[in-house]
Write a protein that binds this ligand. Structure first.
Ligand code: DQA
Length: 144
């Protein structure tokens, strides 16, 4: 099984950015957690982060041609704005789990809007970095 963990804008700033909301763990720590978790389960994983909408669209399209089995995706602020990202996820038909570190349901009203949600098999939010690992387990379980 081959997974892609995709992160949108400012996720590379974990540990620095608003630690009261996103915690003190860094993006590197997140990568380490994901790689260990996948290695323990015999799953191949690629992690990619970009601050640019078009890059994320390109990566989603590439996942189709690379025969990726599942995507764990935190589109960050693009969650609330991007039809292009929604269309990309729909185009590739790869099971995708939407992840948010914070509880987007209990923050600003605009964070309750998700363009991508309708194209995802599940949404996990408010579990901190653990949410990414739960999303990986969910995709592994669904692929059985
Ligand atoms: C986020 C929530 C978004 O509203 C925000 O724009 C982010 C991060 C989260 O992981 O909680 O950048 O996706």
């Amino acid at each position: 099984m081959k997974l892609l963990v995709l992160n949108g804008p400012n996720i590379n700033m974990l540990g620095i950015r608003e630690p009261d909301i996103y915690g003190r763990e860094t993006y590197d720590t997140l990568l380490e957690m994901i790689r260990t978790h996948c290695a323990e389960r015999g799953v191949e994983v690629e992690c990619y982060q970009s601050n640019h909408e078009g890059d994320l669209v390109d990566k989603i399209q590439a996942a189709y041609f690379e025969k990726v089995d599942g995507i764990v995706f935190n589109p960050a602020a693009y969650t609330h704005t991007s039809v292009a990202i929604l269309d990309a996820v729909k185009a590739v038909s790869i099971p995708t789990v939407e992840v948010h570190i914070s509880d987007v349901e209990s923050r600003d009203a605009f964070r309750r809007v998700s363009y991508i949600r309708e194209a995802c098999v599940a949404m996990i939010c408010g579990r901190g970095l653990r949410g990414y690992l739960d999303a990986i387990d969910l995709l592994i379980e669904q692929a059985k």
